[in-house]
Design a protein around this ligand. Sequence first.
Ligand SMILES: Cc1ncc(COP(=O)(O)O)c(C=O)c1O
Length: 368
Amino acid sequence: MMLKYFDLQRYTAQHREQLQAAVSRVVDSGWYLLGNEVKAFENAYAQYIGTAHCVACGNGLDALSLIFKAYMERGLLHPGDEVLVPANTYIASIISITSSGLMPVLVEPHLDTFQIDAQQMVKHVGPRTKALLIVHLYGKCAFTNELLSLCSEHELLVIEDNAQAHGCLWNDKRTGSVGHAAAHSFYPGKNLGALGDAGGVTTNDEVLVGIIRAIANYGSNKKYVFQYVGQNSRMDEVQAAVLSEKLKWLDQDNQRRTAIAQHYVEGISNENITLPTRDYLVNNVFHIFPVLCAQREKLQQELHQRGIETIIHYPIPPHKQQCYSHWAQLSLPITERIHNEELSLPLNPTMTDDEVQLVISQVSDIKL
Ligand SMILES: Cc1ncc(COP(=O)(O)O)c(C=O)c1O
């Protein structure tokens, strides 16, 4: 028997009745796009995050790109402007910047939190720097007071990539409500995941919302009148209905994730494995539980043989990817170390206490 990294079939089965009722409601309604389910989810999610608005869209990458494109249409960002972004993020964060005609500037993270390092960030601020795309990677809030005061000192737009951190709290606010605008992915494996692709933007900025809604609708706010060169990015009614149900369980799921993370930190003991630090453990919804290990591949194989599936987030950093080959010579030692040594242990709300204990005992037992 293999303990899956995240058994989505098991998760969905635990909530089958409510999810099937939500899907059936849409099937029976005869209305599949731009309807009441999307409106209801937008309202519920905005209220949950603590913003005035939520715009539902097709996926998390679209959510990010829509924000950048809307700021450009509004004249607050211009082609070639620089956007600071952590170097160790998932590639979608970077793609959203380059595909909008903006310039990503890669910033090293802290090794102890995996989040962007304010001291490194400030070294990269220049006359063309106009925004920070802050990524709450692995479900850990990346904000610090220092970082936010640097952003206001340099008048940077703060855009949050909250794809991995739904429900995360920072100073009594939720991530996704702290910056000027935030993108959310509801990819099925996320803490709040749909039964397919879905995404959303949260913000208090009503003007931005108007532009984003238009761009996501072929560039139109009025039937057959096109103000922008837009795209088609819509959340469908089925996904909205599913997400409205799943939103009800998000806090409870995040509490279970937090409890498992605590068990891991207290229970795992292996001199060859570095566990997350105390700093990492606060303001975190544990989308991912990362450990560092110099012999990561061997650790992964050993765990596989012992019936535990793990995943690497992520094996190749963006600056070493073929699609960004002009960055190949960049030296980003902390980012590279994370990409070489990171291994994610299974951690999700479906796990039983016995499975949690199995992970603790097997990880502690392995000799490398
Ligand atoms: C940090 C981050 N940003 C953006 C995305 C893109 O989201 P999506 O897969 O919904 O396009 C993801 C997830 O896939 C992500 O993990």
